[in-house]
Design a protein around this ligand. Sequence first.
Ligand SMILES: [Fe+2]
Ligand SMILES: [Fe+2]
Length: 254
Amino acid sequence: MATLSERADAIEHEMSMELERRAAERRPIRSPIYVSGIYDPASPRHDMFDALADGKTFLMGPDPRIPPMPEKPTLMDFFRLRLGYTAHLLQSAKLARDSGQDEKVVLACLLHDISVIGFISGDHGYWGAQMVEPYVDEEVSWAIRAHQILRFFPDPSVGYEYPEAYIKYFGADFTPEPYIHEAYARIKDHKYYMTGRLICLNDYYAFDPNVTVDIEEFEDIIGRNFRQPAEGLGYDHSPSAHIWRTMNMPTRAL
Ligand SMILES: [Fe+2]
Ligand SMILES: [Fe+2]
């Protein structure tokens, strides 16, 4: 007789096999940016074209292995169904809110690393800012873009030091590339400088597993400060709609 947990495992295994089978009928595609280094970027993509030889087709819609999104997805839907580990964003936003920061700062903190957990890590401040730009005050997107630069530069006037965690992450010998220094020179006297700096100050580097914050806590701030398009994120023809569609259907072939 199988124990309860053995039966639960068997059911779970069967479910994941079924998901694999459903995905396998149409081959999900990983874009070159995600497989370069695993494959030689110049080589023919055998992982893709073998699927055709097997009589399969490429996936051209939602990936059945990840939860379906509503027809008109909201920012909250992306938080719940598409973004990766959101705790860092939620904890940073909570820090900003609990220290009495303006709602724009809280929203900027809530969204500052959205690209890291939903899209692309490299140059994440720029990608993240571009993603939210059509829907937020320019101060918010400016600050999200700037935090990527400012986090490397101490500001003793507000007690911000080079993050200890970065020595662990990037090594003690890491120095930012020249474009980072150039960008810093361009933004350090900007009128929104302090908003970008406040993201760094509330950036919750500790990633405390014991602090749980729910996205619902920020529903009202999002409602007042994020212009949710009626058509749904991805379908409003804004300059960044395509980024949201890609996050919605990350393995669509074309
Ligand atoms: Fe960041
Ligand atoms: Fe962060």
